[in-house]
Design a protein around this ligand. Structure first.
Ligand SMILES: [Fe+2]
Length: 417
């Protein structure tokens, strides 16, 4: 039997006795009931963008990531573009709402937050896990009080009909879905008609040509981790809920004290390689916003959650270790992408001596998501350095303050009829 508690805990952030008790109980139960065994890798990630934005976003992803445009699933109110690297890494499903003003639960989750409301359709939705027995996984999860959308709701939401989808988490606002697929079968999503959209394909091909010309296709690797931000009081429950929904284990937590924040990492128990099933990271402030005036520290993580709502903050991609003309690959990648007009929030930070270098892009104007690049040197096996995380967290906070001011000033000047 798999033992989800086999890995020693990393990190310096202390958890409550309640967390330590239920971490053990939940994982022991998950292993014993066979759920850990049945829930496999993350097979796809889903996100939505604003009407009219998906061609530009697919083109942006084609330049900045290893993803290829495969096909578009056309349904009544959505286009869902399937992006793929290969069958060893998760697909990306980019959903465009075709009808401005169309409401659903995902839009509602954006609408009560000042910056989130500004782009109400832009949000990361969640992960689809491959499972070996869909019926059994769903029955067991229902018995653990996990709530699922029913088939009618899935049809109305225009999500693939061949999966069971858990309702958004109260802590992360993300969903998790399960579908059964023998590992040797290709991924096929049961949704709408399969078409190739000319404008999406054109933008994709142009961006890929540039990516290849610059040699970036050989340097940018699949997704390393996904980082979700939650309210400070939800840190422990968000981690334990995710371990309940997945077959991930708790890797550990690091305190980023000077940014009043912590980074909490979970990883797949089945697949040590992140490219197969990315690590899931949860970031939360150490203190809720209303004691900031007493603590006297910046609070970029809690501010993000208050501005956007709990949600995915960034997608990190690995950059192959190595160098080009004396430049570390990550420096070359960033230089090349900057020259194509894409902004980054800061310069590349970290060093070969520290084991890794990292950087954040500006948030995409189409999806609001930040892309992180991370290059690990030699056989560095750490996940990050605390100093890097502090600098990245700070830089993202500075840009977000500007976005809040912009959102508020636009909201304050009514559009004339
Ligand atoms: Fe990260």
């Amino acid at each position: 039997m798999i033992n989800s508690l086999i890995h020693p805990k990393q990190g310096d952030k202390a958890n409550s006795p309640w967390f330590d008790e239920f971490l053990v109980k939940l994982l022991e139960n998950r292993d014993r009931t066979g759920l850990t065994e049945m829930i496999r890798e993350i097979d796809a990630l889903m996100l939505t963008v604003e009407p009219g934005c998906s061609a530009a976003y697919v083109s942006e992803l084609a330049l900045m990531t290893p993803y290829h445009y495969l096909v578009t699933l056309e349904s009544e109110s959505h286009w869902t573009h399937v992006l793929r690297i290969d069958m060893n890494s998760p697909d990306l499903l980019v959903r465009e709402v075709r009808v401005p003003g169309r409401g659903d639960i995902f839009r509602s989750l954006n609408e009560v937050y000042p910056i989130g409301a500004h782009k109400p359709n832009s949000r990361y939705m969640g992960e689809i896990f491959r499972v070996s027995n869909l019926h059994e996984v769903v029955e067991q999860q229902k018995a653990r009080e996990i709530r699922f959308f029913n088939q009618d709701q899935i049809r109305k939401l225009e999500l693939p009909g061949n999966m069971a989808i858990v309702k958004p988490s109260p802590y992360t606002h993300n969903i998790v879905a399960y579908w059964e697929r023998p590992p040797e079968d290709i991924r096929v999503y049961a949704l709408g008609n399969s078409i190739i959209l000319d404008d999406v394909n054109r933008g994709y091909l142009q961006a890929k040509e540039i990516q290849e010309e610059l040699g970036l296709d050989k340097l940018i690797r699949p997704i390393d981790h996904l980082a979700t931000r939650v309210y400070s009081q939800n840190r422990e429950v968000a981690i334990l809920e995710y371990l309940t929904l997945s077959s991930y284990y708790y890797w550990g937590s690091y305190d980023i004290a000077n940014q009043n924040s912590s980074t909490n990492v979970t990883k797949s128990i089945h697949y040590p390689e992140e490219r197969i099933s990315p690590a899931k990271v949860f970031t939360a402030a150490n203190h809720p916003y209303f004691v900031n005036h007493l603590v006297g520290l910046p609070s970029p993580t809690e501010s993000f959650v208050r501005n956007y709502g709990p949600r995915l903050h960034h997608v990190a991609l690995e950059v192959a270790d190595g160098e080009i003309n004396g430049l570390a690959n990550i420096d070359y990648v960033v230089q090349a992408i900057r020259a194509r007009g894409k902004d980054f929030l800061l310069d590349v930070i970290g060093s070969r001596e520290e084991g890794l270098k990292q950087i954040f892009s500006s948030a995409s104007e189409h999806s609001s998501l930040i892309v992180e690049y991370v290059q690990r040197f030699g056989n560095f096996d750490g996940f990050f350095t605390k100093q890097n995380v502090a600098e990245l967290t700070h830089a993202a906070g500075v840009e977000e303050n500007l976005r809040l001011l912009q959102a508020e000033s636009e909201a304050a000047s009514p559009v004339s009829a």
